[in-house]
Write a protein that binds this ligand. Structure first.
Ligand SMILES: Nc1ncnc2c1ncn2[C@@H]1O[C@H](COP(=O)(O)OP(=O)(O)OP(=O)(O)O)[C@@H](O)[C@H]1O
Ligand SMILES: [Mg+2]
Length: 369
């Protein structure tokens, strides 16, 4: 029997829970011509939300999705913009090649067949000049006008832009995008600090360009109903108490909720009692263990490590004098510095560890700190 719970891949359709408010809000901003910056902690469901949005509104708007993950060179990024815009605007029908060829005329880009047999777009000869860059960044507006429909360009993992000659490129992007009448941009990413600098600080290249929107956990009730109905749909049975317990363990975090439910379904299609849920949490933590070991080892300072163990074992406790003494954390100003650093890395937020299973892992490990 196929396990009905998916994690680690983008989900949509029947695997997608709730987010009705966010979907409406995004559609409203797009209709109003307002660009959006969508941010959240890792694995909170940004890519899934944007996929669901593009499926639901595919008749109304043309969606272009550009994933910046792993792109480190400016020219590869520009090629991705040109390729994905051409593909979304003209599809992959036979007419694709000739339409795209006309569309790209005047830029220094040409159509190529990639090693995997796909049609791609590539700069030829030299590195792109300033006018090539402007030409590429104007392609979405050109496509929207030609197709007489609003285009929505989604930049997923947008923070990666910082690794490609950041500021100059960002400034050029903004100078083109702000003239576009028929395109709305959605910038999505998980490095909140970086995105904040770009979009919300006065010196940021995209200051006031897009409306910030933060994605949080999914409401428990909706997720519980989903878990119960998926168990049932797959011939099993999950009672309300067990569903509630899963949500308590995952703190409503979509990725970990799906992962724990996945493990639980493998353990038993008709789980009973707390023991099965506890076991599924253990299995989920085991799966994440290599990533947690890596994260732990990347935190070099014993003081930082003690801090992480401290907040894992005493969540919500005020970081006062006694807490500092008990965990040998030196002083309030040391805590402040540690928090700033761990927060910038996305490991903690407002003094709490973001990943609920990392907390379980931390409580499990024995360290001689
Ligand atoms: N609306 C949803 N309903 C059900 N499950 C969801 C939903 N959104 C996300 N998930 C779960 O969370 C996982 C991560 O989702 P997704 O990849 O969309 O997050 P993300 O924020 O884009 O992550 P990253 O920061 O790694 O890019 C999915 O594989 C799925 O298990
Ligand atoms: Mg994503």
């Amino acid at each position: 029997m196929v396990n009905p719970f998916k994690y680690g891949t983008v989900v949509s359709g029947k695997d997608f829970v709730d987010r009705e408010g966010e979907l409406k809000e995004l559609a409203r901003e797009i209709r109003g011509g307002k660009s959006v910056v969508l941010y959240s902690n890792r694995r909170m469901g940004k890519s899934s939300l944007l996929l669901e949005l593009s499926k639901r509104h595919c008749r109304e708007f043309i969606f272009v999705r550009i994933d910046l993950y792993g792109l480190t060179e400016q020219s590869r990024f520009l090629e991705a913009v040109a390729k994905e815009t051409s593909r979304a605007a003209f599809g992959v029908a036979e007419k694709f090649a000739s339409s795209v060829w006309k569309f790209l005329k005047g830029t220094n880009l040409r159509l190529v067949v990639t090693d995997s047999g796909e049609l791609g777009v590539e700069f030829y000869g030299r590195e792109p000049s300033t006018s090539d860059v402007a030409g590429v960044f104007d392609l979405p507006e050109k496509a929207a006008r030609r197709r007489k429909r609003r285009l929505v360009v989604i930049f997923d993992e947008f923070q990666e832009i910082a690794y490609m000659d950041g500021v100059g490129l960002l400034k050029q992007m903004r100078s083109r995008f702000q003239n576009h009448q028929n395109v709305v941009y959605v910038f999505s990413g998980s490095k909140k600090h970086l995105l904040h600098q770009i979009f919300e600080e006065r010196e940021g290249a995209f200051f006031k360009f897009a409306r910030p929107m933060e994605l949080d956990v999914i409401p428990n009730k909706q997720f519980e109903d989903f878990l119960i109905s998926r168990f049932k749909g797959a011939g099993g049975n999950l009672d309300r108490a067990a569903a509630r317990m899963i949500l308590r363990k995952s703190k409503g975090h979509p990725y970990y909720t799906q992962q724990i439910a996945h493990e639980l379904f493998d353990i038993s299609k008709t789980p009973s009692g707390e023991e099965d849920v506890e076991e599924s949490v253990r299995a989920a933590v085991d799966h994440q263990s290599p990533a947690y070991t890596y994260m732990w080892e990347s935190v070099k300072s014993p003081l930082h490590r003690r801090y992480l163990k401290a907040i894992a074992s005493e969540p919500g406790v005020v970081h006062g004098h006694e807490f500092i003494e008990r965990h040998r954390l030196r002083s309030t100003s040391h805590i402040q510095r540690i928090e700033n650093q761990l927060e910038a890395r996305g490991i903690i937020e407002r003094g709490e560890i973001v990943d609920p299973l990392f907390v379980v892992w931390l409580l499990r490990i024995k360290t001689g700190l």
